[in-house]
Design a protein around this ligand. Sequence first.
Ligand SMILES: *[C@@H]1O[C@H](CO)[C@@H](O)[C@H](O)[C@H]1NC(C)=O
Length: 394
Amino acid sequence: MFIPLHLFIIFILLLISQLHARPADLSEGSRGTVHNFFQGILLGLSDVCYYASMDLFCAAVLDPLLCDNGNDYTEDEDMDDDEDWPPTKVEVVCVGLGRTGTTSLAIAFDMLGHHSYHDDQLLELAFHDDEDDEEMFEEIGKKGYDVSFRTNAATAVKYNAKVILTVRVSPESYARSWAKLAHACIVSLQRIPFKWFARVQEFYPTLEDEFLYEATTLGNNPPQPEQYMNETLLAMVYVDYNERLIETVPAEDLLVFNVKEGWDPLCRFLNIPIPVDNKGRQLPFPNVNNAAKKAGEMLVYDLVPYTWWIVPALLIYALICFVKWFVHRFGGACEHPRMTLGLLGLLGNVFGGGAHESAALIETVSLVGGDEENLKESKLGEMRKRTKVRILRG
Ligand SMILES: *[C@@H]1O[C@H](CO)[C@@H](O)[C@H](O)[C@H]1NC(C)=O
């Protein structure tokens, strides 16, 4: 009976350990659709476990003892981790919309020896939302990052930074990819259990801004939040956004880049050599967070509101099994069994079945709990009566 519980806990821990801000396998995009899809599912499960463990477990159990009342996560974890980098200035700003290969590009920059500040994880979206863009631009530099994915083109132009606009093969392919995220992020994250996760609800307004408003605002028109899944509109917004950007940034400071083109255009633009391994072979350009993986991840988000109850049910079942085993193992053997032990045993048996054992346990409890008369009046007596009924029925 313990094996399932152990396996379950190990499984959860493994899932949590899956959670990385950036994928470790740089060529995961070439692993095939099925592989990527399942990888996405694993990532989605690990997201959920992370929210559940941080929000529910921390709040209920650890918070009073250890957790810092949840204030920690409003600061960027990346930034905290890397405080030892010397301050620098952001030289490159990447302004492509979501799902245009920004995570792959962020990894490419890190391979080139830069430090890029990117928000490829839902978890990190809430950070610094209220900060002024220029202040944030300087702040990112002070923390040692020289590439920013969180800066507007206008700020980049003002500070003479180079600008990279990531694009996809076609507006339709962007719209399709974006719409796939939209349902999970807007609808599913408002359902139970996500509704219970403080962290999710904290970054949810940021998602609303992005999916309902920014992605549906065509030029100077008002946003059309109810059209957030309309791929025609999404494609039009994408085209309009890119055109405006190309007008804003001086041509010599701008690279319009599809990550499928690889190192060549990027390194030419940055005036640096293409990275090679120690045998002089060109390193593969990172290819991560592809459509299949995102589809797997979002599928989990969409399914969890219907299936989450299985986990507490399993935990309760495991607890009952444990109590039964515990009582069976130690209950009868003790010379002076404690009241709680008897109670636990009763509970375990009432919920978990095992009528014959109950009878023996009741004897134990009555030994501890006092004489028969007292027992009848106490709560314990109530339980005993009920158990008796059970035994009779059984
Ligand atoms: C989707 O958006 C386009 C452009 O705004 C609009 O013409 C079209 O009617 C919309 N489709 C639906 C189903 O609302």
